[in-house]
Design a protein. Structure first.
Length: 266
């Protein structure tokens, strides 16, 4: 259950964002035009009791599709909050390297950090469009050149270790993140497959058990992602990040709150 302090933070954060950022209302799945009031985690997921498989996926889509939508410019400031280094509030933690780097060191130059789309934006051709292109639940600070190395590769095990980000591996068709964030990556990808189902003007994003998905709205490899989620359960950083995204964006990643739902659906 959310603490009183977190609940207050969520109300303030959502209200501030709603006042300055239009809500995505392209279709029926986003018909609600304001984010939900902060509630307990149990109440947030009301109606999911006893569900598995497609019924659970559909119910979670109904729940998490109510959100405020950021512009791509606003993502910079949001990531400074969501990925703040707990040991140094002036820094953010990069996803693949694990390095702590100054929040102000963002941009497109070598050794800057930029905005990594964990669900590669070419997998569905949504670019930086508000909605899937600006959803904080899959956007993370990443070293510029490591981000380029990952490119739009699907996720799988194996490959050659990345020189700049040891512990990450790649081959011609896949990327394997370091062990400490394997579960984070899996839960971000699976969130996207639940949140974006084609009913609100966005692509119908789905996971499959393939690599080389190209520009199709698919990401893989789902069997590996499910295994990674079990191998690397949510830690304090990921849980805190989920709360902060909820405060800003008004929706949650259900697989951080209830990791057992990964196997219940996928």
């Amino acid at each position: 259950m959310l603490t009183c302090a977190r609940r207050a933070l969520a109300v303030v954060g959502v209200a501030a964002l709603a006042a300055t950022t239009p809500t995505w209302t392209a279709g029926p799945a986003s018909a609600a035009t304001s984010p939900p009031a902060a509630v307990s985690v149990a109440d947030y997921y009301a109606g999911t009791e006893g569900l598995t498989g497609l019924p659970l996926k559909n119910k979670l889509n109904d729940i998490v599709s109510t959100q405020s939508v950021l512009t791509y410019d606003r993502v910079w400031d949001a990531l400074r909050r969501t990925d703040e280094d707990p040991a140094n509030p002036n820094n953010v933690i990069e996803l693949y390297t694990g390095r702590s780097t100054p929040k102000t060191n963002n941009g497109g130059d070598v050794d800057n950090w930029n905005r990594e789309h964990v669900w590669a934006k070419s997998h569905g051709d949504f670019g930086t469009t508000p909605g899937p292109g600006t959803d904080l639940h899959h956007l993370r600070p990443t070293d510029v050149t490591v981000n380029a190395d990952r490119g739009n590769l699907d996720f799988d095990n194996g490959g050659t270790q990345n020189d700049e980000a040891p512990g990450n591996y790649a081959d011609g068709d896949s990327w394997e993140p370091r062990d400490a964030v394997k579960g984070d990556v899996a839960r971000m990808i699976l969130y996207m497959a639940v949140r974006y189902d084609g009913d609100d003007g966005a692509p119908d994003l789905e996971v499959n058990d393939q690599v080389n998905n190209g520009s199709a709205p698919y990401h893989g490899r789902v069997s590996v992602l499910v295994a990674w989620s079990a191998q690397d359960p949510p830690d304090a950083f990921e849980q805190r990040r989920n709360e902060t995204v909820y405060a800003i964006q008004g929706n949650r990643n259900p697989f951080v709150d209830r990791p057992e739902w990964v196997e219940a659906i996928f």
